[in-house]
Design a protein around this ligand. Structure first.
Ligand code: GCU
Length: 666
């Protein structure tokens, strides 16, 4: 067990049996765990966890955590084999897909509610994509004659009958593919909400859970030259044990919300390459390269042509190499003011990828956040992945430019991408135009803290977003949660995620959006004492003074009690205002009330100890099924500084004024 506790993050060959408790209350854990690595895919845990006559038993908490980690890591992580997608040859499968709405899962379960695809001889199931059915056969679906949806897009904003739909929809796409010799082909999804089952030519490729991160399946030997049938069942039903769980304040857009494509790579290829300025020794760029495929022992070269830098190393038996490239003053560090990126080439005899990367360091020293060694104030705003004007989930480079462009107009240098990983274009555009980013996984409100599958799901989403974006200079914070109720189980759960984030990427800050507590004995006191604050780099919390918490005229009276001397970043504050609704600044939902709340909050925050940044809630109005005040909200959370029509509200200019002043400070 000691060995297990030590290697909670990483499992190797482990075998054993553990027993404790009285004869009556024995728990027996037989486990055998092995780790197989194919490219980046970590495989199986096969074990037997059996509970013999479980009784209420005082379990030691950290033992509980280890058990949770054991069980959760069994589920496997990192669902992408091919990273650096945007540097790869891709055959897009975007466009029109036929679809079938299946609220009763008739295409998935038989009348005994058994999944068709689990049967040795399936007797039905839409995954078979039966076509040219003879009139004698009974087949009660036909993709060819079914309507179409556009991919990438959510289904809710494409058809008003699907606006509120939560359930399964089957997508089908036919395509040809000319396989090139000595290559491998992966079917890649940049994201799909929430749980998908993927079938190719009637065979199940697998399932992915989590609506906001990429995943792929190798299809090299499963493709035909013509008429491949790709069938994807997408189910966006909210699950209590899910991540997120049942209750959120955003629209549960369903579907193939981001790109689908075939990625073709050489038999042995660069599966992953992390190239960053070494935080511990910024006089060098450090690169870690992972090859995948049969020909692992090859030399790999990492070069930065514009800086005449190049280094070569031979990968080890596991296909991994570490390289250092000494840099001098000619390297221009990335910053929002100077978003300088360089083309970085990672090559080996069988493969080559090129990517634009910015080099910068980010760290916390005392109560300061240092960007490239200098204190920085985070002039931020929060953002949902939604294009309010077009409607629906944002998914394209154009959406990213629109949304981040508004943040730039506010004179922001920082954006909190809430509450789940946004599409990859956000970070790419932020790298390019100069915005630092906070990326978050949807561990939001009341998650099932003690359910191993929930932890595994959250971990997987964290690993997938870190794997995708850890070369992005713009990304400076990984956030593991938002507004989660303090409890020992919750804190253990989040600590496991923080540990995992630091394992995968020790070069960035890790945090969470925590909450403010009150003390009935001190009405004006606001207390931040969350035990999680001991493990995060920032003390970031949401406060809603003047909206959910007390009257607007009390904002200035607040007395802060902060348990930690860490940089304070206010991860949310704000108020609803309907764009164009005007009135007294004491009338909620008017632009005047929102603007006043911003003025009063900014005045109060100027006096807050360790105040190093803020991301007010929120850049644009966004759809939420929780907001139903007629003629004001109508299904929109109106805390945006920009209305759903793209028109800026008065508070936009209040915040811009503050940021202009902060930006002008030396
Ligand atoms: C919360 C939460 C947001 C929500 C906001 C609001 O703090 O984190 O997701 O939308 O408050 O109530 O408007």
């Amino acid at each position: 067990m000691q060995q297990l506790a030590e290697e909670a993050g990483e499992f190797l060959e482990v075998e054993g049996q553990m027993e404790w408790g009285s004869a009556a209350g024995r728990f027996t854990l037989l486990y055998n765990m092995s780790r197989l690595v194919v490219g980046r895919r970590v495989a199986l845990f096969h074990g037997l966890l059996s509970f013999v006559q479980p009784r209420p038993y005082p379990m030691n908490r950290s033992l509980c955590l280890v058990l949770l980690l054991v069980a959760s890591s069994a589920v496997g992580w990192s669902a992408t084999t091919v990273n650096h997608l945007l540097s790869r040859t891709r055959e897009s499968l975007d466009g029109k897909w036929n679809y079938i709405v299946d609220p009763y899962d008739s295409g998935y379960y038989d009348y005994r509610y058994q999944p068709y695809d689990a049967a040795a001889q399936p007797t039905g199931g839409y995954f078979q994509d039966r076509r040219n059915v003879p009139p004698t056969d009974l087949v009660e679906y036909n993709f060819d004659r079914s309507p179409t949806l556009i991919v990438p897009r959510d289904w809710n904003s494409q058809d008003s009958r699907l606006f509120y739909y939560e359930g399964a929809i089957w997508y089908r796409r036919l395509f040809d593919h000319a396989a090139a010799p000595h290559t491998r082909t992966f079917l890649h999804f940049s994201a799909a909400n929430y749980q998908v089952d993927v079938y190719l030519n009637g065979h199940k490729l697998g399932r992915h859970t989590g609506g906001f991160t990429p995943f792929d399946f190798e299809v090299t030997d499963k493709l035909a030259a013509h008429d491949n049938s790709l069938v994807v069942r997408v189910d966006n039903r909210r699950l209590a044990e899910g991540v997120p769980t049942l209750n959120t304040d955003w629209w549960n857009y369903g579907g193939l919300t981001r790109e689908v494509c075939l990625v073709v790579v050489p038999e042995t290829f660069v599966a992953d390459a992390v190239v960053q300025l070494d935080r511990k020794n910024p006089a060098q760029i450090h690169a870690t390269v992972q090859l995948a495929g049969p020909q692992l022992t090859q030399p790999v070269t990492v070069s930065v042509p514009e800086l005449h830098l190049s280094a070569t190393a031979t990968v080890d038996a596991a296909g991994r190499a570490e390289l250092n490239l000494p840099v001098d003053a000619s390297l221009q560090r990335w910053s929002p003011e100077h978003p300088r990126t360089y083309e970085v080439v990672v090559s080996c005899p069988t493969d080559r990828i090129a990517e634009r990367i910015g080099f910068r360091t980010i760290e916390v020293v005392g109560d300061n956040i240092l960007l490239n060694g200098k204190p920085v104030f985070l002039r931020g705003v929060c953002l949902h992945e939604e294009n309010p004007v077009r409607g629906g989930r944002a998914y394209s480079p154009e959406d990213a430019r629109q949304l981040l462009g508004w943040a730039k107009e506010l004179n922001c240098n920082f954006v909190r991408l809430a509450h789940y990983p946004h599409n990859e274009y956000m970070a790419r555009v932020a790298d390019e135009i100069g915005l630092m980013l906070w990326e978050e996984i949807p561990v939001y409100w009341t998650i099932h803290w003690t359910d191993p599958s929930t932890l595994a799901n959250a971990r997987q989403q964290l690993e997938e977003v870190i794997t995708r974006d850890r070369n992005r200079a713009s990304v400076i914070v990984w956030s593991v949660a938002n507004e989660t109720p303090v409890s020992e189980d919750r804190t253990q759960f989040l600590r496991a995620l923080i540990t995992r984030a630091r394992e995968l990427d020790g070069s960035r800050l890790v945090s969470a959006a925590m909450e403010v507590h009150r003390d009935p004995a001190q009405p004006d006191a606001r207390i931040v004492e969350d035990p999680l604050g001991a493990y995060t780099d920032l003390l970031s919390f949401n406060e809603y003074l003047g909206w959910y918490d007390g009257n607007i005229d009390r904002i200035g009276q607040v007395i802060w009690q902060l348990k930690y001397d860490k940089p304070v970043v206010i991860s949310e504050f704000g108020a609803d205002a309907l764009q164009g609704l005007h009135g007294s600044d004491t009338a909620r939902f008017t632009e005047e009330y929102q603007a006043r709340l911003y003025r009063e909050t900014i005045a109060m925050l100027r006096k807050l100890p360790h105040f190093r940044g803020a991301t007010p809630w929120i850049l644009c109005d966004f759809r939420s099924p929780k907001r139903n005040l007629p003629q004001v909200q109508d299904g929109w959370n109106r805390k945006g500084l920009v209305g759903e029509n793209g028109v800026k509200k008065s508070a936009f200019y209040v915040l811009k004024g503050f940021y202009d002043e902060m930006a002008a400070q030396p």
